[in-house]
Design a protein around this ligand. Sequence first.
Ligand SMILES: C[S@@+](CC[C@H](N)C(=O)[O-])C[C@H]1O[C@@H](n2cnc3c(N)ncnc32)[C@H](O)[C@@H]1O
Length: 335
Amino acid sequence: MFSPTQRSLWTPAAPHIWAINATGSAAEDYVSVIRTLLDQPRWLEAQYLYDEHGSHLFEEICELPEYYLTRTENSILAECADQVISAAPVECIVELGSGTSKKTAHLLRQQIKQRGRGIFAPIDVSLSSLEASRDLISEEFPELTFNGLCARYEEGMSGVDKTVPKLFVFLGSTIGNFNRSEFSIFFRRLSQSMGPKDFLLLGVDRVKDTPLLEKAYDDSRGVTAEFILNVFRHVNRRLGSDFDRAKMRYHSWYNPQWQQIEMYAISTAAQEIHFPSFDTSFVWEENDRILVEISRKFEPRRLQSQLQFFGLKSVGHFTDPREWFSVLLFRKSQI
Ligand SMILES: C[S@@+](CC[C@H](N)C(=O)[O-])C[C@H]1O[C@@H](n2cnc3c(N)ncnc32)[C@H](O)[C@@H]1O
C-alpha cells in the first residue's frame, strides 16, 4: 500500500496503524501555531482541535439534534454506496480525516459485496479515532486489510502507492474547514498524489438558511463551545503555553458574504500568552477574537467547476430530498 520510496518512513504506532517518522514536529507546530496566532485576524489550523478529548467531543457533536450534517450525509451514503463502488473499480479506499469511519462502512460493505476484498487506509491526526475506526471496521469487515495512517493529510496522501487504484474519501464537509488558500494547496497536493485510475468522493454541506446553519454550530448543550475552546488546552499541552480557559468565551455566526460559519474564542480579559520553550509571548486583549474554526458552505455546481482545475472531473452527484448536503464523485483527469 505504501509507495516504495515512502515505506521506510512509516513505523507501527499501534496494531494495524502506522505513523510517520516526523522530524522537528514541535518546532513545526510552533511555527504553524504562532504564525496564525499573530495573523490578523488571529486564527488556528483545524487539526489542533483533535486531541483525544476533542475527537471525543466531535463524536458527541455528530449526535446532536441541531447538527444535521452527519445524519444527512449518512443517509445519502446509505443510498448511493452501491453506485459509487460500482463506478469506481478500486482496490483501496483511502479516507482523509477519517474520524471513526462510521459512515464509510456503507462504502466498505459494498466493496466487500462487489469485489470480496480490499484495503482500507484511513488517514487521521488522531490516534484515538484511528483505533476506534480499526476496532469498528475490523470487526464488521474481517475480509478487509486495515492500514491506518496516523499523519496529516499531506503526509498520508504522499505515503500511498500511486499505482494501486484508489478511491479517496473526504467526508463530513471537512473540506469546509479549510480557508481559500488551504483549499487550493490541499487539492493541488491531492491531485498530485492521485494515480490515473483514482477517484475522489467528497461530502460537502450546502449553502442554506442562516438560522438552520447557525443552530448547528451553537447547540443548546454547549458541546460545540466546549469543542472549540478545548483547542487551547491542546495547544498549551503541545507548546507549553498558558492560555486561560476561564478567560474566554465562544461565539459563532454565519458570514453570508464568505458563505461560512465562523467559530471564535473571545478573550473576556486581557491575558499575556507565553511560549516558554520558544522565548516569546503576545497579549490577547479583552474582546479580541481568535478564529478557531470555519465551516464553509458550498454550491455543488460551482465546486464541481472549480475542481476541474485540479484535474478532477465530476462523475456523480448524490443529495438528500431537502438538498441540504451533497456527496460528489470525481475521477482523476488530465488538467
Ligand atoms: C470534521 S472531523 C470529520 C470526521 C469524519 N470524517 C466524519 O465525517 O465524521 C475531521 C477529522 O479530520 C481529522 N483531521 C483534522 N485535521 C487533519 C489533518 N491536518 N490531517 C489529518 N487529519 C486531520 C480530525 O482528527 C477529525 O477526525
